[in-house]
Design a protein around this ligand. Structure first.
Ligand SMILES: Cc1cc2nc3c(=O)[nH]c(=O)nc-3n(C[C@H](O)[C@H](O)[C@H](O)COP(=O)(O)O)c2cc1C
Length: 177
């Protein structure tokens, strides 16, 4: 089974995690980039108008793989918009996918992700892993958005999270094979 990790990252957290997952699973890692600079304003506008931004490489790059492990941030409760073209591409074929994210989590779990993925792809992922920076910080005082958005995951965090993710993904694969 040919697997790829496909990541998008604005501030580096999901990129670092995706790198480590790809290395651990010994699979290819494809990084999504945008030709236009990403701003707070464009995040809000993509969300309000349900826009699918232009990205590189093109989503047809997925045709080489049987299983796609997406890794990217959550923005305003949704999968980061640069991943949308890829989710849309999957709607027209039956490739398996998983979604993995390290997001802020200061306001709790991102409860709309499962519904969004099902709507955009037309089927559920084999695994949905919604990890939070808030859980990596000391619990007292309770981390707020300012704390989580300033945090960059450490090598220790990456090692710990990669272990959990790889275990979950392997279990999910063995459940559908
Ligand atoms: C505009 C914006 C909106 C965000 N919305 C959420 C959110 O709804 N839920 C959440 O848990 N984190 C949210 N975050 C935090 C990011 O998911 C978090 O900082 C993540 O680790 C960034 O990933 P990256 O370094 O790979 O870009 C938001 C960040 C930004 C910039």
């Amino acid at each position: 089974m040919k697997t790829a990790v496909i990541s998008y990252s604005l501030t580096g957290n999901n990129e670092a995690l995706a790198n480590s997952i790809a290395e651990e699973l010994a699979v290819e890692h494809i990084r999504i980039t945008e030709p236009k600079p990403r701003t707070m304003g464009s995040i809000v506008l993509d969300t309000i108008f349900n826009r699918t931004p232009q990205v590189q490489p093109m989503s047809s790059r997925l045709e080489n793989y049987d299983l796609i492990l997406f890794c990217g941030p959550v923005w305003l409760g949704q999968v980061a918009t640069p991943l949308r073209a890829y989710l849309k591409y999957l709607k027209t074929d039956l490739r398996r996918y998983a979604f993995i994210s390290i997001s802020g989590g200061a306001d709790g779990a991102n409860t709309k992700l499962a519904g969004e993925l099902k709507k955009r792809v037309g089927r559920e992922p084999i695994a949905l892993i919604d990890l939070h920076i808030a859980d990596l910080l000391p619990p007292d005082p309770k981390p707020v958005r300012k704390d989580t958005s300033a945090y960059r995951i450490s090598d220790g965090d990456i090692e710990k999270l990669t272990g959990t993710i790889v275990k979950t993904v392997r279990e999910a694969i063995s459940n559908w094979q």
